[in-house]
Design a protein around this ligand. Sequence first.
Ligand code: VTB
Ligand code: MG
Ligand code: MG
Length: 329
Amino acid sequence: MNDTTIRLDGLDRVLTIEIARVTERAAVAAAMLRGRGDEKAADQAAVDAMRSELNCLDIDGRIVIGEGERDAAPMLFIGEEVGTRRGVKVDIALDPLEGTTICAKNLPNSLSVIAVAARGSLLNAPDVYMEKIAIGPGYPDGTVQLGRPAEANVAALAKAKGVPVGEITVCILDRPRHARLIEEVRATGAAIRLIGDGDVAGVIHVTDPEETGIDLYIGTGGAPEGVLAAAALLCTGGQMQGRLQLNTHEKRARAEKMGITDPTRIYTLDDMARGDVIFAATGVTDGNMLDGVRFYRDRIETHTVVMRSVSRTVREIRAKHFDRTKLGL
Ligand code: VTB
Ligand code: MG
Ligand code: MG
């Protein structure tokens, strides 16, 4: 990095552009294996690509949300150090292929995702489930709350939005564990968008209801995906709460090792991601906010969103890659 590089709050502005390359490359690697029914192969390709691109960045990076704990994940594991170690010290949350199943089936909204933040500003969550609730910007604090019946949350949101409950759409992961939640939401008269996977995208969708048709996200998904979604919401505005599902002794012990002492705590957005955070996502398959990777004879096209919390910028980058070698191909 040269001396003229402007730094804000310790994070490098240049990084907001450079970070796009990381998700672009991982997304392209995964997209080559889109629709092949092989989740593992697509995931591995994304992990390899993301890691090699991350290691080109002039950062002193430490993974806090990754592919799992060291023994379970050979690469991009929690605690792994990445980057050239020459630059700013950052914590990183990533999911090289969020929605492996959707990618394997070529269904909408699989993404390559990363969040980079100043050290200590992302929740170090174990890979357990997290109950989540999220809405977009522009509503009074506490409009929706975890632990309240779905009916109360849907009604409060409809009131705050100034529409009848029937005009609210709730995004929920299609899982047997959500059978009761789905019934409760249906009973309110609200519509439900059931998604097969990909709740990082599901949560982000609440930030732009006009574009995505989704007002509210509720349900239980991965905790790593929760922290990644919180990083995005910190940049776009919006509210989110999460509660880890630490329902066994083993999970509580793992959480405790990561510094989590209250297993029932409800985390607000700021508890999960705060300060200077850069978030990037590139579409792997076509989605509500991002187009998937397109392969042409002479080029590859990618669609990426890059956001930064302190500057409140949301940039969309549509890139045409004429040189396939820079994508590791
Ligand atoms: C969700 C979903 C992810 O994991 O977080 C889900 O958004 C939760 O786990 O895309 P289950 O599949 O066990 O319900 C993913 O499906 C995979 O990361
Ligand atoms: Mg993953
Ligand atoms: Mg995932």
